[in-house]
Design a binder for this molecule. Structure first.
Ligand SMILES: Nc1ncnc2c1ncn2[C@@H]1O[C@H](COP(=O)(O)OP(=O)(O)OP(=O)(O)O)[C@@H](O)[C@H]1O
Length: 306
């Protein structure tokens, strides 16, 4: 996190050419080196996401005059780090991260539960985004569970994501929109499984290998119920970011981090026991965790119950 206390240390990771942009309403800044360090040390098994996010976010923040807001669409299996990486991005840009006044999280099933209220939600969403961007041009908006969002709703924010200098007197070009979704997870998994079956390292997977999984046609598929086909049609999503399903060794890494954060010494016996309690797929090969790292933490409670 780029808090006030850590700024000095973090700055040593930044090259002299990195000019932290100022947000008139807050301390919006980003040190590429610090973001890289956080991604490298905290996010496991996601080499593609790390690379795309580092370049996209640091490039965007260091651009004083972006032509459009940055739009990232993160896709992948549950528990693979989509929310986690959004938190890392927020923490690296704003002190307080997700708790900053300039970072806004929407959860589809929580904030927009009823299909019958779409018109109301659309108005509220537009007003909310407009109000916040008017206050802080570099606001960050995170939309979780996009695949559960009612289809028409996201259209409401389309004008804000486009290449307009102003919409009704407000410029949205410095804002960041991050969309999180499980859509496409099966296809991403198929690619990862093909690599595993042919004995290749997952780190050899390139973005172009994921193209069929993240293609326009995949997300425009009416049966997938995918929400943002109109955003795709207008090319308003800058990056589709694949999150790979996590393997046994990544679960162990998550468990070790959690043990340390609870102040315990790492106990490899417990690490192995917890990892082995998780369920893996496909049934025969048991390669990928079906809940990612999501439930390892509660399983750990069993071993530290006194
Ligand atoms: N790749 C990862 N590297 C390190 N920790 C991870 C990773 N993936 C998940 N975790 C851990 O598991 C927790 C849950 O993951 P997270 O909420 O980011 O999953 P998600 O991909 O957003 O899942 P969902 O699609 O269900 O919302 C994170 O807070 C983090 O502690």
């Amino acid at each position: 996190m780029l808090g006030l206390g850590t700024l000095q240390t973090s700055q040593s990771l930044c090259g002299p050419s990195v000019e932290p942009p100022r947000c008139p309403c807050g301390r919006a800044s980003l040190c590429r080196g610090a973001l890289q360090k956080d991604l490298d040390s905290k996010l496991f098994g996601q080499h593609l996401a790390k690379k795309v996010i580092l370049n996209a976010v640091s490039g965007f923040i260091s651009n004083p005059k972006p032509k459009k807001p940055l739009t990232l669409s993160l896709h992948g299996w549950t528990g693979t780090g989509k929310n986690f990486v959004s938190k890392i991005i927020a923490e690296n840009i704003y002190e307080g991260g997700l708790n900053s006044d300039y970072v806004h999280l929407f959860v589809a099933t929580l904030h927009f539960p009823h299909a019958s209220n779409i018109t109301l939600y659309k108005d509220q969403l537009q007003l909310w985004i407009r109000g916040n961007v008017s206050t802080c041009a570099r606001s960050i908006f995170i939309f979780d569970e996009m695949d559960k969002m009612h289809a028409g709703l996201i259209d409401a924010i389309k004008p804000f994501l486009d290449y307009y200098d102003h919409v009704d007197g407000v410029s949205y070009q410095k804002a960041i929109f991050i969309f999180l979704s499980n859509a496409g997870a099966e296809r991403i998994t198929d690619v990862a499984l093909d690599f595993w079956r042919s004995g290749k390292q997952r780190e050899e997977i390139k973005l172009k290998d994921m193209e069929p999984a993240l293609s326009v046609s995949a997300f425009n598929n009416k049966n997938s119920g995918f929400w943002h086909s109109s955003l795709i049609d207008r090319n308003l999503i800058d990056y589709f970011v694949p999150f790979l399903p996590l393997e046994y060794k990544h679960l162990k890494m998550c468990i070790r981090v959690e043990m340390q954060s609870r102040g315990f010494e790492i106990d490899e016996d417990i690490v192995t026991k917890v990892a082995e309690e998780m369920t893996f797929f496909p049934k025969e090969e048991r390669v990928f965790s079906d809940k990612g790292c999501k439930t390892v933490f509660t399983k750990l409670d069993y071993y530290y119950d006194d």
